[in-house]
Every structure is written in C-alpha cells, then in structure tokens.
Write a protein that binds this ligand. Sequence first.
Ligand code: PRP
Ligand code: URA
Length: 209
Amino acid sequence: MSNVFVMNHPLIQHKLTLMRNKNTGSKDFRELVKEVATLMAYEVTRNLPLEEIEIETPLCKTKANVLSGEKIGIVPILRAGLGMVEGMLDLIPTARVGHVGLYRDPETLKPVEYYCKLPPDVQDRELIVVDPMLATGGSSNAAIQFIKDRGAQSIRLMCLIAAPEGIEAVKKEHPDVDIYVAAVDSHLDDHAYIVPGLGDAGDRLFGTK
Ligand code: PRP
Ligand code: URA
C-alpha cells in the first residue's frame, strides 16, 4: 500500500496559509509555490540511496557519502505543476523534467490528456510527479498511468494540498506510489474543489481568472 507523508513543518504550514489567503496575488502565490516545493523536495528525497567514495580533504584521505548515481525525473502535471518545478530544481539541479498535459473537464470532472513528453530513460529514473492539488485524484491517477505506460518503474507523487478522496483514489489505483502532501483538507465541494483549499491553483499561478 502507498505510504502517505504529511509534511507539517512550520515553514511549510506558514507559507501554505499565505497561499490559501484569497488576497495573495499571483506574484506572491508563484513565489510561495516555488518555496514550498523546495522545502518538500528535501523530504521527498530523504531516502535516496547513498554510496561511499574516497576523497581527500585538506587534512587527509577519507570516505564520504554521495548520491549513488540515482537519476531523478520531475514530472509536473500541466499547468499548475509547472509552478513547482523551479523550486525542486534548485535542490536537485541534475534532475530531468518530463511534462504531462492534462486538464479536468469541468462537466465530467474527468482528466483529458493533451501532452506527454518524458526523458527517454524514464524506466531508469526515480520519478516525482508534481501537482499542487490532489482533488478527486483523477488527474494524478491518469498522469501516473501515462508514465507507467511509457515504462516508468519508480514513482512518487508530491502535492501541496490533498482532499481525503484524492488520497484514497491514488492509493487504490496505484498502491506502489508513495504520496507526499503538505496538508490534507476537509472535503471536496460540489464542483470537486478542495475545501478550504486555495481555489484554482493554475488560475492563481498564471493570473487567468
Ligand atoms: C487542477 C490541478 C490538478 C487537478 C486536480 O488542474 O492542478 O491537476 O485540477 O483535480 P483532480 O484531482 O480532481 O483531477 P486543472 O484541471 O484545473 O488544470 P490546470 O492546471 O491547467 O489549471
Ligand atoms: N483543482 C484546483 O486547482 N483546485 C481545487 O481545489 C481542485 C482542483
């Protein structure tokens, strides 16, 4: 079964509250998404394997740890996931970035795919799918399935705010995928928006409403 990690670090919670505030404008909202993504990246990568190498300090030869050639891929779900990429690359600059384009049909609430471009060696990478919002789970489930269909073997999902319904949906469809979130909110409203949530993440990031 998927593990679910809620990252309730005070810095993350503080920034999330600023993002939830409807009076926070796009510029600040974008900066906050980026900053929270960086903080979460620290935790998401906590169990990456290390290997010992020999180096020479100014004093002596010694053995020390480095990441063991693990190749990482960040896969934002367009559009809103884009807001999390730069913050993660700040911490993991060698990661490759794949893109999955999905939007949620407002009538059916089902995800519709319009783009997919992944690194060619996707099967050898630790992939982190990123999207600020996990509502019904339809978009995340579809994105995970697309990248599995293209050979991905190791996938984590990282979202800022999740509804309990979304977490359950991903756990059910992709039990091999660990889920990292900054908050689990109360419920979904009649339009499948997360309550209390932060509204439409894509619109707030890009100023389209
Ligand atoms: C939002 C959000 C997720 C999805 C979550 O994207 O960024 O991708 O909805 O909802 P779900 O869990 O019920 O699928 P949206 O479809 O609004 O597209 P956008 O990022 O282009 O604004
Ligand atoms: N997508 C969003 O951007 N916000 C929600 O609350 C739900 C889906």
